[in-house]
Design a protein around this ligand. Structure first.
Ligand code: MG
Length: 384
């Protein structure tokens, strides 16, 4: 099947303040979620996005890309469908019309509707009505009748047609501006229109609470809300004469430095282990074995870069780091600001999401005797 899709985003959004199709939704916009399903379908050769003038100016150039053609819409839904239709190649088998305010459409619903249209001429995605229906005449507040709801379906989109059938309906009723969908014009032509059972999740964004529900559905399709994970890291290095002292990516003025295969930066090592720990990804020694001569003299910022790469690969997002140095010398307080800002920059965090502090070891043991410096770190990582 060779298919084209017209996505109609002509609304001015009077009920939502601005065009509802461009309200933010799950990291994108309603319109882009509505398009996405069709971009992923190999049968769909072209997607014509029909935008109102304001949206055309604001979003048109950004959205026109590859499969997506962007055109200006008319003042009514039918006007917009006609604009979209004129941009579709005349040799496609099937045209689907989709509402840009239905971001939860799936390729399964779209494919089932298009396949039925190819077979029988015209098909509409729809769901059986769940509520009891009351017929209340215009201007009245009194129920006139309760029709049998078993006979009623709520029409959604996509609505799909063989090319010549939609063409016939749009030409025959070219002055009709009031139709709320094209399938009623196709019905008036005496054509059969099938319903294809869709999902209640494929609802139309109309009021602000619909955005909340749509976000929840999209997030659950993506595997739910991210979970917060905590990792812990620890490192200790000997403090010896004749080495530079690197802590938190900063070179501190001191007569001694930390002994290590790399620059011995215990803060960065503990922090990296904490980050890896949050995702269950082991520890830095696995990727930078101390016995490997290739890593001799390594700047620990390289270990940080590598660690952040592993976090990104695992789909995680580092959101907080808390490090506690344990050292008898030198005095750390004068260097807090520089070390904290370096830690934030290296781990690509805002400074408000980084904590760095130091404790003395009260003269006890090797750290207390000034023979070593240690660091403890806790990292918080979001991950699905
Ligand atoms: Mg180390």
């Amino acid at each position: 099947m060779r298919a084209a899709v017209i996505v109609v985003c002509g609304g001015s959004g009077s009920r939502m303040g601005k065009p509802k199709q461009f309200l933010p939704l799950a990291g994108s916009t309603v319109a882009e979620w509505s398009l996405k399903c069709f971009l992923d379908m190999p049968d769909v050769e072209v997607v014509v996005l029909v935008l109102g003038e304001e949206s055309f100016q604001a979003h048109g150039p950004r959205l026109a890309d590859g499969k997506v053609k962007v055109v200006r819409g008319g003042s009514t839904r039918m006007g917009s469908v006609r604009s979209g239709f004129s941009a579709v190649p005349s040799d496609v088998d099937v045209i689907a019309v989709h509402d840009g305010a239905r971001p939860m459409v799936t390729p399964e619903i779209a494919r089932a509707t298009m396949t039925e249209a190819l077979k029988s001429g015209a098909a509409v995605a729809a769901v059986p009505v769940k509520d009891t229906l009351k017929r209340v005449p215009k201007g009245s507040a009194v129920v006139a009748e309760t029709p049998d709801r078993a006979e009623f379906w709520a029409a959604q989109t996509p609505q799909a047609y063989r090319y010549e059938i939609l063409k016939e309906a749009l030409e025959k009723y070219k002055d009709d501006a009031d139709a709320t969908d094209e399938s009623q014009l196709v019905e008036r032509c005496g054509r059969r229109v099938s319903v294809v059972e869709s999902s209640y999740e494929n609802f139309k964004i109309t009021t602000p609470e619909d955005i909340t529900m749509a976000s929840a559905i999209i997030e659950s399709r993506q595997g739910g809300l991210p979970q917060s994970r905590t990792g812990f890291g620890y490192d200790i290095h000997r403090l010896v004469a004749g080495r530079e002292l690197w802590l938190s990516g900063v070179k501190l003025p001191h007569a001694k430095g930390l002994l290590g295969h790399s620059d011995g930066d215990a803060v960065l090592h503990a922090a990296c282990d904490a980050v890896l720990g949050a995702l269950g990804l082991g520890e830095i020694g696995m990727d930078f074995p101390p016995e490997d001569p290739a890593h001799k003299g390594l700047a620990s910022r390289e270990i940080v870069k590598h660690t952040l790469g592993k976090v990104a690969e695992a789909g995680g997002e580092l959101v907080h780091l808390d490090c506690t140095l344990v050292a008898e010398e030198p005095k750390m307080k004068p260097h807090y600001a520089a070390m904290k800002s370096s830690l934030a920059a290296l781990f690509q965090l805002h400074e408000s999401r980084v904590s760095l502090k130091a404790k003395s070891h009260e003269g006890l043991d090797s750290i207390g005797r000034g023979e070593a410096i240690a660091c403890h770190a806790v990292a918080t990582v979001l991950s699905r």
